[in-house]
Design a protein around this ligand. Structure first.
Ligand SMILES: C=C(O[C@@H]1C=C(C(=O)O)C=C[C@H]1O)C(=O)O
Length: 91
């Protein structure tokens, strides 16, 4: 069965968006790595729960404004935050 041209076009769009997402994610991890170095230098804890709480509130608002499921957005952000904290613990 042949794949409709419209499906191919949509998948190309998805691939381009995935690429942008990963470039942005990589950029974010580069910035958090710099934060990790600073925390090490100033002997600050790997995790900042107050900052995370403020971020998660912002994420929920942002998700609602952009039509994303706020609960899913929270889980997604949690995944990223947890990874950053692990990286900071290993600094
Ligand atoms: C990057 C930081 O370290 C941790 C990771 C965060 C993040 O990825 O945004 C936020 C808070 C911290 O628990 C920070 O303290 O700013």
């Amino acid at each position: 069965m042949s794949v409709p041209a419209e499906l191919i076009a949509l998948r190309e769009q998805i691939d381009a968006l995935d690429q942008q997402l990963f470039v942005l994610l990589a950029e974010r991890f580069q910035v958090t790595a710099q934060v990790g170095e600073l925390k090490k230098q100033f002997q600050l804890p790997a995790q900042d729960l107050a900052r995370e709480s403020a971020q998660l509130q912002k994420i929920q608002r942002l998700a609602s404004e952009t039509g994303l499921d706020p609960d899913w957005a929270l889980r997604f952000q949690r995944l990223i935050l947890d990874e950053v904290v692990i990286q900071h613990q290993q600094c």
